[in-house]
Design a protein around this ligand. Sequence first.
Ligand SMILES: *[C@@H]1O[C@H](CO)[C@@H](O)[C@H](O)[C@H]1NC(C)=O
Ligand SMILES: *[C@@H]1O[C@H](CO)[C@@H](O)[C@H](O)[C@H]1NC(C)=O
Ligand SMILES: *[C@@H]1O[C@H](CO)[C@@H](O)[C@H](O)[C@H]1NC(C)=O
Length: 408
Amino acid sequence: MEKRASDNGFLGFSGKVILLALVLLVLGDHVNGTRNAATSAERDLEIERKLKLMNKPAVKSIQSEDGDIIDCVDINKQPAFDHPLLKNHKIQMRPSMDEKVNEEAASSNSTVRQLWRKSGSCPEGTIPIRRVQKSHLLRAPSLENYGMKGKHVPNSMNDLNSRMYADAVLLTQGYRYNGVHANINVWNPYVEADDEYTSAQIWVVNGPYYLQDTIQTGWTVNPTVYGDKRTRFFSYWLSNTTGCYDLFCSGFVQTSSEIALGGAIEPISTGQQQNEITLSIALDTSGSNWWLVFNNKTNIGYWPSSLFIYLFGAATTVFWGGEVYSQRLGTPHTLTAMGSGNFAGYRFGRSCFMSQIRIRDNSLVWKYPEWVSTYQSQYNCYDVLNDKEYSADPFFYFGGPGRNDRCP
Ligand SMILES: *[C@@H]1O[C@H](CO)[C@@H](O)[C@H](O)[C@H]1NC(C)=O
Ligand SMILES: *[C@@H]1O[C@H](CO)[C@@H](O)[C@H](O)[C@H]1NC(C)=O
Ligand SMILES: *[C@@H]1O[C@H](CO)[C@@H](O)[C@H](O)[C@H]1NC(C)=O
């Protein structure tokens, strides 16, 4: 700007405007200077305090090419043990039912990997934790609620937040479910604004509609939480007012040294190549822990049932599908997409899908649910198709572009 002004030899009209703006800025700064410096120093201090609280000392740190730093933290010093209920918790390294959480659930041919693993691995006895960096907190609208999301479950009556969520899901309810499973097709949908997110996920739910406990997992593009627009593997839990994504709060007990919650995943699907992650959430036979299993072979860790009020022994509702969060779901509608960004009707290769949809009930057999239904809150913007036509095992397609001719 300065260079152009001096090149021109004199200030044109726009130059004068800019100069005036600069003068005002400097004057303004002078007047507010002390106060601004004080508040920004305070915020800096607050951020430093929060970082110290959230990040645990690392045995080893890995710089990933996506900008993440993965800290390998002593498994006995992980965030879970800060939880008052877990002070004397004896860590369980395997589900009590043995490691065959999904034997009948299905197979996984997943080629999806976490990006950070290209740059190293965590030694045994440690767990990989994605470090919260200052730049992440600087983007966060609130430090207090960092790593949390609003209370919302699809198709829930009387949900005060429902106007800020769009859902396109398959659901089952009515039985007592102690396991859920699906392959989730991986994409990188467009997210228009930094305060919005999109996800493809499984929800496990129990409790009355005003106080539902939930565990969720899948992939998400969520700049508020992760500071970028990469597709990331996530978990989430909420019981009343307590819970968070990944390991942002204490509660989830991680046992795996291989998978970092919140870590970026690749490769993304293209027209030629479909890539999936396989995820299961399953209660162990003792009923004490909900295990999270990645790609049908890695037990990532568990949520002790004692964290929950209702999600104890079983879930009563399960959802599979997409969620978009935005404050612009009216007109004009956000351009934030769900799934692949295409509507469900484009099917395989172009639409996002879930396959090998399974639940497990008291019979302890993994099976396609006896009863399913679909729900779409804004079918002109994001829709669903539970496709039983082309294979014995239904494919559930979902997604959409957000704003389009039908969804102005
Ligand atoms: C899925 O997991 C089960 C249990 O570990 C295993 O028997 C099965 O072979 C797995 N499938 C694939 C394709 O990895
Ligand atoms: C996994 O790959 C094998 C061999 O290519 C194939 O037969 C099988 O159907 C695949 N399973 C899934 C779930 O895609
Ligand atoms: C839910 O949280 C609120 C606020 O923290 C608390 O007052 C209430 O007792 C909690 N409800 C249950 C059932 O724990």
